[in-house]
Design a protein around this ligand. Structure first.
Ligand SMILES: Nc1ncnc2c1ncn2[C@@H]1O[C@H](COP(=O)(O)OP(=O)(O)OP(=O)(O)O)[C@@H](O)[C@H]1O
Ligand SMILES: [Mg+2]
Length: 272
């Protein structure tokens, strides 16, 4: 028997490492905007505690995919499961959501936290209020419970001292860390990041990446879209390469970055 390990499997269909049950499963997700087909059947599985980065050329559908995962966008076909339970299904564009589907969508959004490129904090609320509002208004926590969770989450991102401030007095990186704290305060099963640092300078980017690294070390399940290849390589358990609305390749960062298993990756990594 050879001592050499075979390369780890590239296929998106395989369960994640070690055969652990997937936390999130996406099967055949399709999304169009009118006649424009954007996602052509995306399959993905993410295990609890796994960090998956999604790379791919501009316009290949990365943001659309994340937005479908927490139903900021409705998709037309496919299914998303969390912990084995179907949490959303595709629906034809011409059919309205039933009340049951609307309730399921609300429930799903609570379980899937999302951090965007722009920070989207409420400007008329303090930093503290920004983090407390979800637990209070949506999770119906008491004031003191919401305060406690906000204090923990703002401390986790290193910004408790800023809690009385107006968010617009914070730097972009600090605002982004508050946005992360706000998402974490809802105690999501999985966190999605869509180019969370692309509006930031290198110092602020480093601080935000530091928070993401800590979350990874604590076992938070995360799916990150990023154009920062060094970070993607460093943080990912698995890396997904998307191309024209499908998963073109998936594997360890070494597999994707070093073996470059499809021609599109080669081109993508050589760009700009
Ligand atoms: N609301 C919309 N209506 C119509 N087309 C859209 C809409 N949103 C996105 N698209 C199209 O869907 C395709 C995928 O867009 P998406 O933003 O998901 O790409 P992306 O991979 O995130 O790109 P980038 O790297 O530039 O962020 C693009 O062709 C885009 O023009
Ligand atoms: Mg995008």
């Amino acid at each position: 028997m050879s001592a050499e390990q075979p390369p780890r499997p590239p296929t998106a269909k395989l369960p994640a490492e070690g055969g652990a049950a997937p936390l999130m499963e996406v099967e055949g997700l399709k999304k169009s905007y009118g006649p424009k087909v954007v996602l052509r059947g995306v399959d993905m599985q993410v295990t609890r505690g796994e960090v998956v980065t999604i790379l791919g050329p501009n316009g290949c559908g990365k943001s659309t995919f994340l937005r479908c995962l927490n139903l900021l966008e409705q998709y037309q076909d496919g299914v998303v499961k969390l912990k084995g339970e179907v949490v959303s299904r595709g629906r034809p564009e011409d059919r309205k959501a039933t009340e049951e589907e609307q309730a399921a969508a609300q429930a799903l959004r609570l379980r899937v936290g999302m951090v965007f490129q722009r920070f989207n904090l409420f400007p008329h609320m303090t930093v503290l209020e920004n983090v407390m509002v979800g637990p209070k208004k949506v999770l119906l926590r008491s004031h003191s419970e919401a305060y406690d969770v906000a204090e923990r989450m703002l401390s986790k991102v290193g910004l408790w001292e800023k809690h009385p401030c107006d968010p617009l007095t914070l730097s972009g990186g600090q605002q982004q860390r508050v946005a992360i704290a706000r998402a974490l305060a809802m105690n999501p099963d999985v966190m999605l990041f869509d180019e969370a640092t692309s509006a930031l300078d290198p110092v602020m980017t480093r601080d935000v990446f530091g928070v993401v690294r800590e979350l990874a070390a604590e076992g938070m399940t995360m799916i990150l879209v990023t154009h920062d290849m060094d970070f993607a390589r460093d943080i990912s358990d698995r890396t997904v390469f998307m191309e024209e609305g499908v998963v073109a390749a998936v594997g360890t960062p070494e597999y994707i970055f070093d073996q470059r298993p499809v021609p599109g990756i080669q081109k993508f990594l050589q760009r700009g």
